[in-house]
Design a binder for this molecule. Structure first.
Ligand SMILES: Nc1ncnc2c1ncn2[C@@H]1O[C@H](COP(=O)(O)OP(=O)(O)OP(=O)(O)O)[C@@H](O)[C@H]1O
Length: 121
């Protein structure tokens, strides 16, 4: 019973990921960039710890994008009229994505600048 409930929840979660991917260009772009970043890390012979950091950052960025998309859907469900609270909710969710995206860029620079320079020169 518990296992069946777990697999049902997993199916719904997987369906949510597919819906977000189908409807959101941003998430597709994030996935593409993530693959390029992981490929580059492989070429640069990154350590396990560096790969783990990359996976955490990629996971958080994509998860935040999905939560942001879910929140946009809920706001649109509540009102299609202009409402200051709808604006605040959407803008704050977008702000959360932006905050972590900036952190991700800083982490990326910290991880990649030295190895890339070492690889090139
Ligand atoms: N019902 C609303 N009332 C007031 N402002 C809104 C409303 N819906 C959207 N907005 C404003 O317009 C902006 C764009 O809204 P939209 O729904 O297109 O989201 P988006 O951030 O562009 O999403 P997407 O990632 O799908 O492009 C929001 O960030 C918000 O500032």
């Amino acid at each position: 019973m518990a296992a069946r409930r777990f697999f049902r929840s997993f199916k719904f979660a997987w369906s949510g990921i597919k819906t977000a991917l189908a409807g959101e260009q941003n998430i597709k772009i994030h996935l593409l960039i993530s693959l390029v970043v992981l490929g580059t890390a492989y070429v640069l012979d990154f350590s396990v710890v560096r790969f783990a950091i990359l996976f955490i950052v990629i996971g958080v960025v994509i998860s935040l994008e999905i939560v942001n998309t879910a929140l946009e859907r809920v706001v649109d469900l509540v009102t299609e009229e202009f409402h200051p609270l709808a604006k605040q909710a959407k803008d704050m969710a977008a702000g959360a994505v932006l905050v972590f995206s900036l952190i991700a860029v800083i982490i990326g620079l910290l991880l990649f600048v030295k190895p890339v320079l070492h690889y090139l020169f």
